[in-house]
Design a protein around this ligand. Sequence first.
Ligand SMILES: C[S@@+](CC[C@H](N)C(=O)[O-])C[C@H]1O[C@@H](n2cnc3c(N)ncnc32)[C@H](O)[C@@H]1O
Length: 347
Amino acid sequence: MQNNIEHVYFHASQFPEQLAHEYETSFIQRRINHKFHYHTTHQSQQWLDLHQAYSPVQEGQGYQQAYQQCLHTALDALSHRTFDLISLGCGGGEKEVLLHNLLTQTQHAKQDVNKRPTMTSYYPVDVSPALAITAARKMRQQYPELPIQPIVCDLLHTDDLLSYIPGNNGARMITFFGMIPNFTPAAILPILNQFLSPGDLLLFSANLAPGKDYALGIQTVLPQYDNASTKGWLMSVLRDVGINTDDGDITVTVDTDTAEPTHNTQTSEKTALKKICAHFTIRRAVKLTINNKTIHWQPGERVQLFFSYRYTTPLVKHYLQQHGMQVLHSWEFNNQEEGLYLCQQAT
Ligand SMILES: C[S@@+](CC[C@H](N)C(=O)[O-])C[C@H]1O[C@@H](n2cnc3c(N)ncnc32)[C@H](O)[C@@H]1O
């Protein structure tokens, strides 16, 4: 691989005509598709800065330790098998580099070659070309011999993605860190299940509501979203079409999903998920022109900019089980704001 060239797969879900359609739809339906918050280089950088400032991983809440335990357990579970690492929504790819560092330590520690797992390839997958390339380069800097193929695609439209990832006759380890909050479970969990065959592992993190009271716990984490830098990042998608802060206000609230349809009302109430939502409420009429279409937003209308589901570990288990997956091990951080889950296809 030459240092000045990066070979990137671009899936059709991120082709210009598809993006143009989804972009326009976001503004017409007044529901911004999350992927447009990572669309430009500026937005990717804003998000990386936010992540740096607010990610609990930076705090001393036992995060490093929990990630290390979780990644170690996953590597142990693989035993001596070879595996491909597929990072869905890789972002900057820091956690995957940590995984490889731990793998290298494990390999050095274990004398018996038959007990060591080996990573055969790494596929950082993201809607953002900037982030897919960043993750690929970060791994390559430390592990220049590892085959790495960055892929730009939208996970919500990737039924055929695995057909572009050649099998290695080993296992797959799928990482899905920091992703589950921004998708409705019904949309993303069947897709995650498609990536798993028997023996494959799924590692993911979920944002949790700390404490025993689900609703109260969510209130305690609201300031992580209700702040100037997060609003600045969310505002970027609007600024790009000529809307500015004088045109409306961003508010951050907690909403409850309508309970899943089930015959047992008690169960459905217990499993109804809550999410932190950011809306832009229009203060003065705006006229947008997108793809030659004119869109009018009137004062008082609300535009959904962002949502982030908050789970509890029992809720994670419930939703995974509903979609044919099971949690093998889980870890919660000291402040209970995040959980890590090692999962596989349900047996
Ligand atoms: C919160 S970040 C998590 C990044 C990384 N996994 C981590 O834990 O640091 C979400 C990532 O998902 C990507 N993303 C958002 N929507 C996506 C989609 N529909 N398909 C693929 N990637 C998506 C974003 O570009 C961003 O890199």
